[in-house]
Design a protein around this ligand. Structure first.
Ligand code: 86X
Length: 737
């Protein structure tokens, strides 16, 4: 049995070969498998007797495609702790490793003992692999990987336990390690002459290190010295190595992590919004908040918790959502007298107070908004921004004396949502009304903005604004004395937009280099990178620094969000890639030649175009370019969307259009039973007998997105595309998130 790993000379005859197993149940218990699944990594899982060395592992899984890895935990008391993952047959004496890790001549690298191993990586000896970095939540360990491993198609490694082996594509390792909060260092073993049989290093040590994570001596807890190690290694920047076109889901997770927008967390469906992402949310907040204040809306804050009685007060509205409600049942070890729910939305929290506050027509309109988090315990696969169990949003709730006034509010807000998407995020949306089936059941009319994601061919709801009629007023017994002295029930609205909008923007504009940000929400709009060569005289260096600072000051004066990256431990090339991954709209390169000519070289992130600007006109020119980028990004995105927006009048053309990733306008009778029929039929036709995984976030069934406000002409007698009855409107359909 030959295989690439070279360990296959082992006979399998009397060994127990591994058995492939269904991952399902294990994923729930094994954090490393759960993480792989979350990152959309396709893996195979094998069960086998415990293996504590590579040789033992090879006996069980050596026949499988892919290579095995050697895993070593090493410490230098002064510098820090390292987890090295290498091809199984590498020479891994401490001297070679110290060289590869660029620790310098003074380093005193030792294999870590079992106690250190278990305390840092929380795995037993023999179960260590790259996947164990997940347990290093303190970031005490620097992860380093053999470059040659990354060039393998498949890697077989232990998922935190040594009686399992998981097969994954090598490229997934980097994404995994990054998602686990580690910046991987890539080691080029070929750059170091293979130290003749581990120099004088005793064979004993080699033996100990030949398992997955073995080691010896050197007790005591390791100090977190990751920084020193990263600096010493020069900091390899990883490029996004999967294209948007080939694997959209994986591309997305790479983009949001490499750009430092998102980090992962040990509760499924919850994510960290890092400053780069949160700043975008703040841009949206700032703009929208000012606009609603113009409409007379005031901000307030209501509690996070809702009592069981209050939540269940209006059963009809809550019923369908009940499985998603998260409950607090204990404080410490003591059961609470009554479980308390975490808000999934705040109608049941706010409307009892609306009843109290609205007594007279003079109390109207009551227009409140809150910026908050909400929790919906979804069971479909979570996706950062698009579907998370906790998310940020604003929820507006207004009450008016007339239907017309409430309807004006609904439409004004929907226009603001359109502007958030189109003018801030540069993503075109279609405004419309939801059908009976898709409307918020507690309300009267639901209106929506719908976006389209070209990369996946799916549409997505961008935000929603409801006219609630008097339904909630009746449910919550909100009554007031009108001008004539009679009793009246107010007309209410509610509306919300969430951090999902950021995910839509990332998906719409990102490219194979990473994020591409519309200037209006970019945390930094310009990054200035001085090009300082070591050979430059001290005088020239100083002059260049002064020039860069002057440019930055001018741009700041022009209200441009500018960042100067004058770090001296990264090369200009590294910085270009870094800021490209983060999507900064303009890069300004400032080198000695520019200084001489009194110009700067400016490169656009969205289209890569380059120009030289004279210092005297930098601010006005930059402002113009930012405007232009904002416009161009919207236009490109709209052209892509429009290319996929088609009209279909006959059923036979419907599913083929969906298969081409189109969103489809059809004449429709607009009856719920026919809408259900379209869902059923479109799924059936698309699957053609194959089963659909209903746990995944996305289905192949067509859904109505909306009845667009902007209706094409519908000549009398036009037939509905599915029922053959007379159509009453054009409806927009798509496969959606
Ligand atoms: C619907 C309606 C509405 C204010 C908005 O769409 C905008 C902002 N709220 C939200 N909805 C629920 O009512 C709901 C209720 C429960 Cl109990 C739940 F668990 C989940 C929910 N999801 C949505």
């Amino acid at each position: 049995m030959a295989d690439a790993s070279g360990v296959a000379s082992l006979s399998l005859q009397d060994k127990e070969p591994a058995v492939e197993m269904a991952a399902g149940a294990e994923v729930g218990e094994n954090a490393s498998l759960a993480k792989l699944q979350e990152l959309n990594v396709a893996f195979k899982l094998y069960q086998h007797p415990e293996a504590t060395t590579i040789d033992e592992q090879a006996q069980h899984v050596g026949h499988l495609p892919g290579v095995l890895t050697k895993n070593l935990l090493l410490r230098d008391k002064k510098i820090g702790t390292f987890l090295v993952t290498a091809l199984h047959d590498r020479t891994t004496d401490t001297k070679t490793l110290a060289k590869l890790l660029k620790l310098g001549g003074k380093a005193n690298l030792r294999f870590a003992d079992e106690e250190t191993l278990e305390s840092l990586l929380k795995v037993k000896r023999g179960a260590v692999s790259a996947l164990a970095v997940l347990n290093d939540t303190e970031n005490a360990v620097t992860f380093a990987i053999d470059k040659a491993l990354l060039e393998q198609p498949t890697i077989n490694l232990h998922p935190l336990r040594n009686d399992r082996t998981v097969s994954i594509p090598a490229t997934a390792i980097l994404a995994y390690v990054k998602a686990a909060g580690h910046e991987p260092v890539v080691l080029d073993f070929d750059s170091v002459p293979a130290a003749a049989p581990a120099a004088a290093a005793p064979a004993k040590k080699e033996k100990k290190s030949s398992g997955n994570g073995g080691g010896e001596e050197d007790g005591g807890a390791a100090a977190a010295a990751k920084k020193a190690a990263a600096a010493a290694s020069g900091g390899t920047l990883l490029g996004i190595d999967v294209s948007k076109k080939d694997n959209f889901a994986l591309w997305y997770t790479r983009v949001i992590t490499y750009s430092e927008m998102i980090d992962y967390y040990d509760i499924s469906g919850c994510y960290i919004l890092r400053p780069w992402a949160y700043s975008m949310w703040e841009s949206i907040q700032r703009w929208f908040d000012a606009e609603i204040k113009e409409l007379g809306v005031e901000n307030a804050y209501f509690p996070l918790f809702v009592s069981k009685a209050a939540l269940e007060k209006e059963k009809d509205h809550v019923e369908g959502f009940a499985p998603e409600v998260a409950w607090v049942t204990k404080s410490g070890d003591t059961d609470l007298p009554e479980p308390i729910a975490v808000r999934p939305t705040s109608e049941t929290i706010m409307y009892p107070l609306y009843k109290k506050w609205i007594r007279s027509h003079r109390d109207l309109p009551l227009c409140l908004n809150q910026w908050s988090n909400v929790v919906r315990w979804e069971f479909k696969d979570p996706t950062p921004f698009l579907r998370s169990r906790e998310f940020l949003w604003q929820e507006g709730h207004t009450a008016h004396a007339s239907y017309d006034e409430s309807q004006k509010m609904v439409r004004d807000i929907l226009d603001l949502y359109k502007q958030v998407y189109e003018d801030l995020l540069a993503v075109p949306v279609i405004q419309g009304r939801k059908t009976e089936m898709e409307r918020f059941p507690g309300g009267h009319i639901t209106t929506t903005v719908e976006a389209y994601i070209y990369g996946s061919g799916r549409s997505i709801q961008g935000a929603t604004s409801h006219n609630l009629g008097q339904n909630f007023g009746k449910m919550f017994d909100i009554q007031y004395e009108d001008k004539a002295g009679g009793h009246a029930i107010p007309w209410q609205t509610s509306w919300g937009i969430t951090t999902r909008s950021i995910g839509v923007m990332v998906m719409a504009h990102g490219d194979d280099k990473g994020l591409v940000l519309p200037p209006r929400v970019a945390p930094k709009q310009v990054v200035v990178i001085p090009i300082v060569k070591a050979s430059l005289s001290a005088e020239k260096k100083e002059a260049l620094q002064a020039y860069a600072l002057r440019l930055v000051a001018c741009l700041k004066g022009g209200k441009v969000r500018v960042h100067l990256d004058d770090r001296d431990n990264y090369t200009p090339g590294w910085k270009y890639n870094h800021w490209e991954q983060k999507g900064v709209p303009l890069r300004m390169e400032v080198g000695p030649l520019d200084l001489e000519k009194g110009t700067v070289r400016v490169v656009r992130r969205d289209d890569g175009s380059m120009e030289d600007m004279a210092e005297g006109v930098v601010v006005e020119t930059v402002l113009q370019r930012l405007e232009q980028i904002q416009k161009d990004m919207f236009e490109r995105c709209k052209a892509q969307r429009d290319e996929k927006l088609v009209q279909v009048t006959e059923w036979k053309d419907f599913v083929p259009a969906l298969e081409r990733k189109c969103i489809v306008l059809t004449p429709f009778v607009n009856e719920t039973e026919w809408e259900e029929e379209v869902k059923r039929k479109s799924r059936e036709e698309a699957l053609a007998g194959e089963a659909e995984d209903d746990r995944t976030a996305t289905s192949v069934a067509a859904k109505t997105l909306c009845i667009p406000f902007d209706q094409p002409e519908l000549p009398a007698g036009t037939k509905c595309f599915v029922s053959g009855k007379e159509a009453t409107c054009w409806v927009l359909w798509g496969r959606s998130y």
